[in-house]
Design a protein around this ligand. Sequence first.
Ligand code: HSE
Length: 325
Amino acid sequence: MKSARKIGLFGFGTVGKGFYENLKKHPHLPVSIEKVCVKRLDLPRIGHELYFTDNPDELLSDPELDIIIELIDDAEAAKYYVEQALLAGKDVISANKKMIGESLQDVDNWHQSFGSHFLYEAAVGGGIPIVHSVDGFFRDQEVKEIRGILNGSSNYILTQMQRNNWAFEKALSEAQAKGFAERNPVLDVSGIDASYKLSILAYHAFGEISSIKSFEIESIEGVTKEVIKRAKAKGRKVKLVATLKKTGHEIVCSVKPENISPNDELYSVDFENNAVSVETLISGRHVFVGKGAGALPTGSAVLEDLKRLLDGYSYQVSKRVKTVA
Ligand code: HSE
């Protein structure tokens, strides 16, 4: 019988704990968390049976660990840990959309050099299996458009303002209390978090690297109660919509608040839910809806990556036939 694969985990915040809780429900999986690296050892924690350290080298230089799971919010440190782990021949999982979105060229190089045993489903759309679907299921299809709601916190805020007339600040605090928002919530409300996610989808849909600097990005901070009231009077809702369109040889991306009518598939996607609609040339439109933020949904996407790694799965993006020049 094959021995259990040993995991080194970076981070034990919202997503780390969500992953840990999900993993406990799957005792049959041939894996064990050997070491967890956290910034502060003095915080009270669940997971008393786990070994905690604040020294990253204890994980990175341990040849016994064959899988590194990186779930921290510091993009710079995350990139270093991921790269070191890949160089050491380990399989790696990350949920860091900022790091991946900002480093797509390096990510592409890693996929080429290390056989793509680097997965990051939890970086986009929380529990929705969208990276895997765009990368694998739609690999041989021409993607024409991706459109959706890719940030749970801003959708939660807009939903509470719309349904319950909450003030923006109250809704944001609640999104933070529920563990949906980033440590720096400006990323959520500004559209930047959704833009990183869209750039990751663009990479898997087209095999092309696009920087969010070329995106049209607009914050939801300009969506006042008055704006929402006007939309409501017309039977509409305001949502932060991410759109990626292929026009000729160009990919055009935007993230901005839009007035959504009831016959739009995004209309009923409320609270922290996300939705991604993928339109392909051959099979038409496919809509994925699910929880886009929160410990358990995001942790479950990490667990799905772990199961795929155990099955030897790697991303197919380098095999995608490029449809954009
Ligand atoms: N802050 C993110 C969101 C978490 O609200 O969507 C999930 O990526």
